[in-house]
Design a protein around this ligand. Sequence first.
Ligand SMILES: [Zn+2]
Length: 354
Amino acid sequence: MPESAAAQAAEAPAALNFPFPEVPEAGTVREVANGIFWLRMRLPFALDHINLWLLRDGEHWTAVDTGLSNDETRQNWDRALSAKEIDGCLKRIIVTHYHPDHMGNAGWLTRRFKIPMWTSECEYLSAHTNYNDKAGNTARAVAELFREHGLDVERSAAIDGRGNGYRRIISEPPHQYIRLLDGDEINIGGNAWRVITGYGHAPEHSALYCASLGVLISGDMLLPKISTNVSVWPFEPLGDPLKLFLRSIDRFTELPADTLVLPSHGLPFRGAHDRVTMLRQHHAERLADVRSACESPTCAADLLPILFRRKLDTHQLFFAMGESIAHLHNLWYRAELQFLGHGDDGVRRFVLSR
Ligand SMILES: [Zn+2]
């Protein structure tokens, strides 16, 4: 799913350095490091673009992420692959995670060019469960979870009424894959790229780090302007994804401070350590807001105007509710909040522990 369209921007990355302020035109490529080319595809959301990467791989190319499945994106794939800088064909695709802006064209590309998709096992399986409404991945289950967390009937019905939004914007995911595991090293064009697995945004997200080039392809785990969506979903209704996310981004502070970060949204940047600090602070502030609200019994829906101080459309509400629950659960698991059970109205409420 698109990133924290609903989340507040974790603001003003003054400490970050953006060496490539000009974005490539649709269907064109721009080199950002030796043999690494940047493509940008449009998204029809508040978050209006995704960055994809083409890595020179001997006489061929490895693509990282694929864009949403629609005619415009596919036409831009064709244009990019025929650009004068790209003098060879695709050899494989690596997909950071199953969200539709990342895996949307994986099925189309793998079938068309008869190439493999490399991704983690959880992302491969999550794509199929989402595509096929299995394993608790349904709009109905999301609506029911949000009802339990206090969302009104009308807005819950709007979420239910969207049906399977995933299936509409992704081509059928590939039926086979090559598995990525944390710590794996992939040889791409003579350079070793190490898989850094991250949690909390997607079940087993793969970022890629190349020490010899000093480049991190961060996917959605480290974004320069917006905060990554971290949500509780109905198939794991008692989860604490914020704990997983914060633990995961700490690993980026182990990389050299001047690493060039290639994020899925926003501009390439340097300043990964500072960005991790900002994101930690952002979530600490949101958690402080939740603590204040929970002086009296509070449900996740009560937190929406506190955590997201603007009007939310149904698409944004989908992510905002998940994030509100995630912040409540994080404090609950730290024993700072107490779960009061379901009220007479069936709503789950929390209050500060005494
Ligand atoms: Zn994502």
